[in-house]
Design a protein around this ligand. Structure first.
Ligand SMILES: NC(=O)c1ccc[n+]([C@@H]2O[C@H](COP(=O)([O-])OP(=O)(O)OC[C@H]3O[C@@H](n4cnc5c(N)ncnc54)[C@H](O)[C@@H]3O)[C@@H](O)[C@H]2O)c1
Length: 257
């Protein structure tokens, strides 16, 4: 079974690595927390979903390093900066940052107010920049690191009712290239993962079985992408195996066009 973790790669370079993840409590983020914990990494994550996050830590109580959870709303940059400092303290530094938290709420263009614009940019874009700004000096001090930003296929396809999410996700690809240029000489690599449609509890809310079937029909490959498949790319990009991979997009979309 491809979903069987026992058949998946283990990266020696990720053992004991200090990994910070935003939005790690559910969906793809939970897959990232599990994936890095399985590598023997020291994981810390933030989320607003307290119960789901605590349950996740409980389910990983047998890991070499049990993940550390801090409740935090990443749209509050000051609170998030404090939480990043606490997480760095708790796991002893930061080698890997996974900017994963986001919100794909739907809206029409006519419904958008200036306040809603700011809120959507805060949850989908702004925190990625400020988290990278906060951890880059820690990475530099320990000889380098890897930052992975979660983008989205949505704006490449031009999906409906997602103008602000898609605007933010488009900007993330530019952010990645800018940070990769500025941080490269400090051996900090920065990449974007571009997921296709990934089967998560929240996506189940948007798509009926017929809608899911339409997505699969538009993919080159059959089957639904799972959080574990996004985690697989993140593990590679965070590992030493990816030491010359930076400034680019890595797609995990089953060829959805
Ligand atoms: N699932 C997909 O099909 C898909 C497709 C393309 C891109 N992505 C991207 O992958 C990433 C993860 O997506 P997902 O589908 O797992 O999303 P999700 O909505 O299922 O999970 C996001 C997590 O972030 C948390 N979160 C949301 N707002 C927060 C806030 N203000 N502060 C702290 N935590 C907050 C949520 O509680 C949740 O645990 C996102 O960047 C998303 O844009 C997902």
């Amino acid at each position: 079974m491809l979903e069987n973790l026992d058949t998946r790669a283990l990266y020696p370079s990720l053992k004991d690595k200090r990994v910070i993840i935003s939005g790690g409590g559910s969906g793809i983020g939970a897959g990232l927390v599990e994936g890095f914990a399985r590598q023997g990494a020291r994981v810390a994550f933030v989320d607003i979903a307290k119960d789901a996050s605590r349950d996740l830590c409980e389910s990983l109580s047998g890991a070499a390093h049990v993940p550390v959870f801090r409740a935090c709303d990443i749209t509050d940059v000051s609170a998030y900066t404090d939480a990043l400092g606490e997480m760095v303290e708790a796991i002893g530094g930061c080698d890997v940052l996974l900017n994963n938290a986001a919100s794909d709420d739907r809206h029409t263009v006519a419904e958008v107010t200036p306040e809603y614009w700011d809120q959507r940019m805060a949850v989908n874009l702004k925190h990625q920049f400020f988290a990278a700004q906060a951890v880059a000096p820690k990475m530099k001090a320990s000889g380098g690191g890897s930052i992975v930003n979660l983008g989205s296929i949505s704006w490449h396809l031009g999906l409906e009712d997602l103008a602000l999410y898609q605007t933010a996700k488009a900007a993330i690809e530019g952010l990645t290239r800018s940070l990769a240029r500025e941080f490269g000489r400090d051996n900090i690599r920065v990449n974007t993962i571009v997921p296709g449609n990934v089967k998560t509890p929240r996506q189940e809310k948007w798509y009926t079985p017929e809608g899911e079937a339409e997505i699969v029909a538009a993919q080159c490959l059959d089957g639904r992408i799972l959080p574990i498949d996004i985690a697989a790319m993140a593990l590679f990009l965070a590992s030493d195996d990816a030491r010359f991979c930076t400034a680019h997009n890595y797609w995990v979309d089953a060829g959805w066009r």
